[in-house]
Design a protein around this ligand. Structure first.
Ligand code: GLY
Length: 376
């Protein structure tokens, strides 16, 4: 067992606290950090990609085989239809209010499983076992759960905190390099909104040394790289946890975590229609470029900041230009549906400097149009 970090997140609004446990071999040691004995039943939700790879490790960690539901992998399955299947299975296996649902997978499984658990019998416990970098540093922490609806990302959902989050960095071995790099975009975001030194540290990392080529899974990281990534995941979790602790329900400060997401969510949705699907982190990277450019045109951020961001994303291996033609009408209607907007008026999360985000900013549509040129 390699290095392990443990961090407690406490939410004053829903008055719960839970551990974020990060390290190598976390799944196999499940019952050493999560006490399963108090639950009437423990069951696993996973997907068709992750289950065959990591279910066995979870069952070893639990010390027994567990009931499993494997939903179809892919963002297009973040739907009511998937939820119905999960709820039927939960009822079929007799899950009651004292049961625990373990969500093993990426952001899709965590979001859908968290929402399923939050509604079933008005709420049963769930733990997140995120197997992607992106889900470890973002989706699994902070209790946002939900599904897509009517073509909009996460339109239906809830704030419902898990009882624990276990992040096993060994799962990166089977993670496609592209998906891993998409997670780095969210880590850069944490640095950009709160901690410039953290952004610069990641920006200086030798991503080529990760080994895997495009299209390949990452493979073993090795001890030194494992330590670096455990430290950084913990740092991202620290930034996110502090924000969630201050503003669990996103009435203010938590909007900082949406930097890059107003444009990013819209691009992600449209990329599916254009048949050139972007991963969430890739879309957020492009969204950060546009939103940093908005900040620059609006006079918050100097132009050098946008260049640094674009150069960093390119060095990481993330897209800095759109690979498909944008339908401007569809883009604006997706951006206008953003959950941060109030009475139809758009509210932007921007950067005041590299390391300091600001939220609830109003900008002219023409500024947004001009900023979009940066990625076209
Ligand atoms: N992913 C943004 C948040 O959790 O608030």
């Amino acid at each position: 067992m390699g290095q392990r970090r443990k961090r407690r997140l406490q939410t004053p609004a829903s008055a719960v606290s839970y551990d974020l446990v990060i390290g190598a071999g976390i799944l196999e040691s499940l019952s050493s950090w999560l006490d399963l004995r108090g639950f009437s039943q423990v069951a696993v939700l996973t997907d068709t990609n992750v289950g065959p790879l990591w279910l066995e490790a979870v069952e070893r960690g639990a010390g027994r085989s567990l009931p499993v539901w494997s939903m179809r992998a892919g963002e297009e399955h973040k739907t009511l239809v998937s939820l119905e299947g999960i709820w039927s299975w939960m009822a079929d296996i007799g899950m009651d209010r004292k049961s625990l649902l373990l969500n093993l997978g990426g952001g899709l499984v965590g979001d859908v499983g968290g929402f399923a658990a939050s509604c079933y019998m008005r709420g049963v416990a769930f733990a997140q076992l995120p197997t992607t970098l992106l889900a470890q540093v973002d989706a699994s922490v902070g209790g946002k759960v939900g599904i897509n609806f009517r073509g909009l990302k996460n339109l239906l959902g809830a704030f419902q905190q898990p009882c624990a989050v276990g992040m096993d960095i060994r799962t990166f071995a089977t993670l496609p390099r592209r998906a891993f790099l998409a997670g780095v975009a969210e880590m850069l975001k944490h640095g950009l909104i709160r901690d410039r030194a953290y952004f610069e540290e990641i920006a200086a990392y030798e991503f080529g040394a990760l080994g895997a080529k495009e299209g390949e899974a990452l493979g073993e990281l090795g001890d030194v790289a494992e330590q670096t990534w455990v430290d950084w995941i913990d740092r991202s979790c620290a930034i996110k946890a502090a924000i969630v602790e201050a503003d669990e329900r996103e009435s203010g400060l938590r909007k900082l975590l949406n930097f890059g997401h107003t444009v990013g969510h819209a691009l992600e949705t449209l990329s599916y229609t254009a048949d050139a699907p972007l991963l969430h982190g890739e879309a957020v990277g492009l969204g950060m470029i546009v939103e940093a450019e908005i900040a620059s045109i609006a006079g918050f951020l100097d132009e050098g900041g946008v260049d640094t961001l674009v150069g960093t994303l390119a060095r990481v291996g993330l897209p800095t230009r759109l690979g498909f033609l944008l339908d401007d009408g569809a883009l604006w209607s997706a951006m206008r549906a953003d959950k941060k907007n109030v009475r139809g008026a758009m509210r932007w999360t921007l950067l005041r400097s590299m390391g300091e985000g600001v939220f609830d900013q109003r900008v002219e549509d023409a500024v947004v149009e001009a900023a979009l040129q940066r990625i076209r």
